[in-house]
Design a protein around this ligand. Structure first.
Ligand code: PMP
Length: 360
């Protein structure tokens, strides 16, 4: 069997070079004479990796010096709760901009820990657009404003960072981190699960501005307290060492690709090719307003849903996996994260064109 072309939404395809390097180093990593999974997170070798990977991420994203970078266990869902725990309390308000299923989940998990307000939502359009900025009902006293720049299920992405006035802006970048250049200084905090553009699941990366860390209350358990993790350089407890190691390889790979600007141009071209294939046919459709379309996750629907199962079976036969749409939406979805190449996307679009010709 040969490796398939994997359009999974996450855990998602990793660069083949990274997997091969991890494979080659699995038994003996560097000078450790053991696997990276088998040594102490406080060993010199691992601490060097921790330091270098943080520096690589800082270089890739141009992270200013007044931000801390944390590599913690877990996933983004945990931080839906942990963010209001650290930056608000049940009497204080926090604004949420909801443009899809993940924003909804952030609201639900955050609600026990703050007066969560949905300041804007595009539920009325079935999450096919971003609500006009003038319509946002922001509270001037909100402790922070939370949003999801890229909604992985609905395929809706902000093309610009919203201007929200004085409150810190917090972004769940689980499915768009490192996909194009962004200005980190516009954010109070950025966080992302690793299993799409960074590496393996079980690791979450947080980038937090120093002044926000001063707000973390002593009343919460230390394991939930971001300031505690920052003081311990993400080694307060045992981190996901293998996940951290994999992310360090992905950062080196990204640098070798020319960095985030170069990968962003590739991502733009990949998305353009797939959307143009969808838009020029009556056989396929994507419901998202063109100005809000994601570069990373592209849902599409066949005009005749009875063909869905045949499409998936033929795609699998042709070596393409992970195209089944999310259960909330049905249809198809192609996730084309950084590790997916333009030639893999054109393999998909050629298959789609051929399939539509044969089933029209
Ligand atoms: N936010 C977004 C935008 C996501 O895409 C996902 C996972 N698909 C999550 C949050 C949840 O991540 P996890 O399952 O790692 O908690």
């Amino acid at each position: 069997m040969t490796r398939a072309c994997n359009f999974s939404a996450g855990p998602a395809a990793l660069p083949e070079e990274v997997l091969k390097q991890a494979q080659a180093e699995l038994l003996e990593w560097g000078s450790a004479r053991a696997s990276v999974m088998e040594i102490s997170h406080r060993s010199r070798e691992f601490m060097d990796l921790a330091e270098e990977s943080e520096q690589d991420l800082r270089d890739l994203m141009s992270i200013p010096a007044n931000y801390r970078v944390l590599f913690l266990q877990g996933g983004a869902t945990q931080h839906f709760a942990q963010i209001p725990m650290n930056f608000a309390n049940p009497q204080q308000s926090a604004d949420y901009i909801v443009t899809g299923a993940w924003g909804e989940k952030a609201v639900r998990e955050g609600s026990p820990y703050a007066q969560v307000r949905v300041a804007a939502s595009s539920l009325d359009s079935a999450y096919t657009r971003i609500p006009a900025r003038e319509s946002w009902d922001l509270d001037p006293n909100a402790r922070f404003v939370h949003y999801t720049p890229n909604e992985t299920i609905h395929g809706v992405e902000f093309q610009d960072i919203p201007d929200i006035g004085g409150a810190p802006l917090i972004a769940d970048m689980s499915s768009d981190i490192l996909s194009r250049p962004i200005d980190v200084s516009r954010f109070g905090m950025i966080y992302a699960g690793a299993q799409k553009n960074i590496g393996a699941s079980g690791l979450v990366i947080l980038i937090i501005r120093d002044d926000l860390l001063e707000r973390c209350p002593d009343s919460i358990a230390r394991i939930f307290n971001y300031a505690q993790h920052a003081a311990g350089h993400s080694l307060f407890n045992t981190p996901n060492t293998f996940g951290w190691y994999l992310s360090s390889l992905v950062f080196k790979w990204l640098k070798a690709q020319g960095g985030v600007a170069a990968i962003g141009e590739r991502n733009r071209a990949k998305a353009k090719l797939l959307y143009s294939t969808i838009d020029k046919s009556d056989f396929y459709s994507n419901p998202v307003e063109p100005s809000a379309r994601s570069w990373m996750n592209i849902p599409f629907f066949l005009a005749r849903p009875v063909l869905d199962a045949i499409f998936l079976a033929e795609a699998a036969e042709a070596g393409m996996l992970g195209l089944k749409g999310h259960r909330e939406l049905g249809g198809m979805r192609a996730s084309i994260y950084n590790a997916i190449t333009l030639s893999q996307v054109s393999r998909l679009t050629e298959f789609m064109e051929d399939f539509s010709r044969r089933h029209e």
